[in-house]
Structures are given as structure tokens and as C-alpha cells.
Design a binder for this molecule. Structure first.
Ligand code: MG
Length: 220
């Protein structure tokens, strides 16, 4: 009896194989878009942003209350898109699609609205002598529109705005980690790193990270 059992199991596995190979139909794109639209229009997106900002503010207040080590220079790192600046007015009419020429026009115009709760964090940090660094997956060619847009919202007095070289093939995570390493090598202690993508936050070189919601796209 016993030697037959493995053969039976193999037979059952072979019979089950075609079933395992067929995956379920993917989620419908229109329903995903409708869900995102509801997330925005219900105010939940903005409430979730505000919650993360509250956590960051609470942490910052506690961290800045700690006695500073002699000569220690504190820094804070922000991502730009969907962290300090909102691209909703651009993305929404396009059904959250990405059309490179239209995206470029939007960046050049430099009129993206600010995400207030995080602009507030930026100003609180600076008021406490924490140096702000901006690291974005935008390209060097986007520098003037990006700088203009930040200036529009009084977010201009950063120590550096790191943008990806135009020809770079680095992932966002690799580029951003390298920039935080560079900041650290300049003698700064990065006390917080804030961004809407996992690729903003992985790779270390920050005491604490804060993940903002972004159901619109993924940057790897
Ligand atoms: Mg972003």
C-alpha cells in the first residue's frame, strides 16, 4: 500500500497543475480609478496626509527637545512630488495616467499646489535650526521649474536640491540613498526623512522615516 501513496500524490499534483497556472482576472482599472477618486473626494487622502504630518511633528518636537551633541548639525530630508508638492491637478484630468510631454509642461510651469501639513513641518524644522535637503526623482532638466514651484510656496531656503542626472539609470532608491549618504558625509545627522514612496525611505541614513499615502503611482 505505502509505495503507491507517493504516486497518487504526484498524480493529484499533475491534475491540479492547470488550475494553479490560471490566475484570477486582474482588478478592473476603472474601478481602481473610481476608488482613488473617492479617496480624494471624501477627504480621506488629506486626512491621512495630516495624520502622518502630526506624527512627524510630534516626533520632531520630541527629537529637538533632546540635548544636542557638541558640533552636531541636524538635517531633515524631504521628497518633492506628493510630499511637498501635489500633482493632483495634473494627474486627475488624465485619469492618473502619465503622459511624458504633458508632465514636462506641468513641471516647467511650476504651479503645483503645496501640501500644507508638510510645508509646515519644513518651516518648523528650519525655525529650530534644522537644515532642509530636498531629494527628488525629478531630473536635472527639471531644475528651473522645480525651483520656481518651491519658491512659489516659500520653500526655497533649502541647503540643496538633489535631482537625478538626466542620463542616470539609477533606481530612485539607489539615487536617494546615495544623496543621503552624501549629506551624512558632510557632517549632518538626518533626523527625519519624509516621502510618499518606499524608494524615498529605504537604504538608511535617517534616524526616522515617514511614509505619506500615494495610491496614484509607484516610483522604484
Ligand atoms: Mg514623491
Amino acid at each position: 500500500m505505502f509505495p503507491r501513496l507517493p504516486a497518487l500524490l504526484i498524480l493529484l499534483a499533475v491534475l491540479a497543475l492547470p488550475l494553479a497556472c490560471h490566475s484570477a482576472e486582474p482588478r478592473n482599472l476603472d474601478s481602481a480609478k473610481q476608488e482613488i477618486t473617492r479617496y480624494i473626494d471624501s477627504g480621506d487622502y488629506f486626512r491621512n496626509l495630516a495624520q502622518v504630518a502630526e506624527q512627524a511633528e510630534r516626533y520632531l518636537t520630541q527629537r529637538l527637545g533632546e540635548p544636542a551633541k557638541p558640533g552636531q548639525k541636524l538635517a531633515i530630508v524631504f521628497d518633492i512630488d506628493e510630499t511637498l508638492l501635489s500633482n493632483l491637478p495634473h494627474m486627475r484630468p488624465l485619469g492618473f495616467g502619465y503622459v511624458p510631454p504633458l508632465w514636462n509642461e506641468w513641471v516647467v510651469a511650476g504651479t503645483a499646489p503645496v501640501i500644507e501639513p508638510f510645508a509646515k513641518i519644513y518651516h518648523i524644522a528650519q525655525a529650530h535650526g534644522v537644515t532642509a535637503f530636498l531629494i527628488s526623482d525629478r531630473r536635472e532638466k527639471d531644475r528651473s521649474g522645480t525651483a520656481k514651484n518651491l519658491h512659489l510656496h516659500s520653500l526655497a531656503n533649502y541647503a540643496a536640491l538633489y535631482l537625478k542626472p538626466d542620463a542616470s539609470h539609477d533606481t530612485a532608491a539607489a539615487f536617494k540613498t546615495a544623496m543621503r549618504k552624501k549629506i551624512t558625509e558632510q557632517g549632518y545627522t538626518i533626523i527625519a526623512n519624509l516621502g510618499d514612496q518606499e524608494s524615498d525611505l529605504t537604504g538608511g541614513y535617517a534616524e526616522k522615516t515617514f511614509k505619506l499615502p500615494n495610491p496614484f503611482y509607484i516610483t522604484e
